[in-house]
Design a binder for this molecule. Structure first.
Ligand SMILES: C[S@@+](CC[C@H](N)C(=O)[O-])C[C@H]1O[C@@H](n2cnc3c(N)ncnc32)[C@H](O)[C@@H]1O
Length: 252
């Protein structure tokens, strides 16, 4: 009996999946090709597979709801879970490259839906390489929030091209975000924090939120408290470096 309980992939009392059964290598190479399905274009993304209660019919073009928030490199999905109840009317997706971690998030959402009927219907996850496939998922001006929380630092200079924030990827994110949309970044690696802030500061389509706007945005507090990496840093008393920027219209 005891053996059965400890080898179950789900926690008996919470019904949630146990992380230790979904361990994966710490890093994936975002430049190498992986084999997972990718929609050919955003219109081919099947919302009914991800949000079945909200999209009972596949490819329902009459349903105006679209994904608005994307958590890039969502890891174990803590932010999505916290945002789900904070913004119950918004659809959100986590994008994660590691297969076991993606499986964990799927199981986590499924368990939350079962134990909280009617809730957590607005969040989902896809296994994908965000550095290559964001335009396959989102149209121009599609998103209102993008999250890049505790991304892999890729310390060596020759690996900076693997970073998820870079001048050329910001062009893509600016295309994907609606004007007024917000990009949230945070890290515990000072050099990466400076890099991300520098890239955003130098990009013509982004401007920093003011201190007052940061104070009033309830999402900013979640960057540390709701993410697994943020919680780890907080437990160890580490420092964090955030950069939160708004997509602006280009000046003519
Ligand atoms: C350090 S973890 C941070 C996880 C989460 N954001 C958090 O704060 O707890 C970085 C995550 O990004 C994922 N990742 C790295 N490169 C990626 C890519 N190109 N596309 C999608 N996910 C990626 C990694 O697999 C990992 O789970």
């Amino acid at each position: 009996m005891i053996e059965k309980e400890t080898t179950s992939t789900f926690n008996k009392s919470t019904g949630l999946p146990r992380k230790r059964f979904y361990r994966a290598r710490a890093h994936s190479n975002p430049l190498s090709d992986s084999h997972f399905p990718v929609p050919l274009s955003p219109s081919q993304f099947d919302y009914s597979l991800h949000y079945p209660q909200l999209f009972p019919v596949p490819s329902d073009d009459d349903n105006p709801k679209r994904i608005q928030f994307a958590d890039i490199g969502c890891g174990f999905g803590g932010l999505l879970v916290a945002l789900s109840t904070l913004f119950p009317d918004k659809l959100m997706i986590g994008m994660e490259i590691r297969d076991k971690v993606t499986e964990y998030v799927k199981e986590r959402i499924s368990a939350l839906r079962t134990t909280n009927p009617g809730q957590y219907q607005n969040i989902s996850v896809v296994r994908t390489n965000s550095m290559k496939y964001i335009p396959n998922y989102f149209e121009k001006g599609h998103l209102t929030k993008m999250f890049f929380l505790f991304p892999d630092p890729h310390f060596k200079e020759k690996n900076h091209r693997r970073r998820v924030i870079s001048p050329h990827l910001l062009d893509e994110y600016a295309y994907t975000l609606a004007v007024g949309g917000i990009i949230y970044t945070i890290t515990d690696v000072e050099e990466l924090g400076e890099w991300m802030k520098g890239c955003l500061e130098n990009h013509p389509m982004f401007e920093a939120l003011t201190e007052e706007e940061l104070e009033n945005d309830p999402v900013v507090k979640l960057l540390i408290s709701a993410t697994e990496e943020g919680q780890k840093v907080a437990r160890n008393g580490g420092q964090t470096f955030q950069a939160v920027y708004r997509r602006i219209a280009p000046s003519l």
